[in-house]
Design a protein around this ligand. Structure first.
Ligand code: GUN
Length: 280
């Protein structure tokens, strides 16, 4: 069984991004990411802090704007519009989820597509769908890169994606399709989930339930990508029951140290890509 080590590869990518940033800074330019967090959800705060630390490591300037939990949608959108117009800012990221009184879709659509380093804006989602060059959502991009780096063949493989979120499930399914996989998407209403998962050569688990996937869901020799991250009394775990499946899979991403690391590395890549395009 091979561990698909996201940390090691993510570190390598961050070094490459740092070198790309240095090319720009040596020319008197800079790369700037603005991160907006509304409220003080503990998990979001951790993600935002990790993103900031990655920016520091890569030489990307980043500011985090912390807004109160009851901040109005209007003020948030106004802030985004100001950042859209600021030529010094290359990337804008609004940490999700947002409080219930704010329309997430409306907020995402207010981000200038060329600064949408998450790849969540309709324009960028549409480009991904038709296979145009665009910002690919970071987790989806990270999963594909990690599989390729570890020589996991995607073409012709049956990939089963469990979870249909706009952030992970849908973009990763689309990316796998672009890499010539046969893709099955499963979700909360899917019947016979266990049976379908057991047919997967590559199983992407993004269901958001700790240790949900045990060996009953996995074909012998399958490659398992665990997108989940859950804080439990016994530390962090993923959507997959790692200990139960480890001796039947051919490869698996660990939690922590797998997909999560890749997501942040891809965000750094998207930021430098945004800056390169805007500074052209
Ligand atoms: N919340 C969970 N994942 C993400 C992500 O990739 N981007 C943003 N903006 N919010 C998230």
């Amino acid at each position: 069984m091979k561990i698909l080590n996201g940390k090691e590869f993510a570190d390598k990518i961050k070094d490459e991004v740092k070198a790309d940033v240095e090319v720009l800074t040596s020319d008197g330019k800079s790369v700037y990411l603005a991160v907006i967090q509304v409220g003080d959800d503990a998990a979001s705060s951790t993600y935002v802090r990790n993103k900031h630390n990655a920016c520091v490591r890569c030489g990307i300037t980043s500011s985090t704007y912390n807004l109160a939990n009851d901040e109005s949608e209007e003020n948030l959108i106004e802030m985004i519009q100001t950042l859209n117009k600021n030529n010094y800012v290359h990337g804008i990221l609004v940490q999700l989820p947002l409080p219930n009184h704010i329309d997430e879709h409306k907020v995402i659509q207010s981000i200038a597509p060329e600064k949408d380093v998450d790849g969540f804006h309709e324009i960028n989602v549409g480009k991904l769908m038709v296979g145009e060059d665009t910002f690919i959502p970071c987790t989806a991009k990270g999963i594909i890169e990690l599989l390729k780096y570890n020589d996991v063949e995607i073409e012709g493989k049956h990939c089963v994606v469990v979870g249909r979120s706009n952030i992970v499930g849908k973009p990763v399914a689309m990316e796998l399709l672009h890499h010539n996989a046969t893709v099955t998407m499963c979700h909360s209403k899917t019947k016979e989930l266990e049976k379908i998962c057991k047919e997967a050569d590559i199983l992407v688990c993004a269901i958001g339930k700790p240790k949900f996937f045990n060996r009953d869901y996995i074909k012998e020799g399958a490659v398992v990508v665990d997108v989940g991250i859950h804080r439990t009394e016994n530390g962090l775990c993923g959507d997959v029951d790692f200990d139960d499946v480890k001796d039947i899979v051919s490869a698996i991403t660990p939690v922590p140290g797998g997909v999560g690391q890749m997501t942040i590395a891809m965000l750094m890549k998207n930021c430098v890509q945004a800056a390169q395009m805007q500074l052209k």
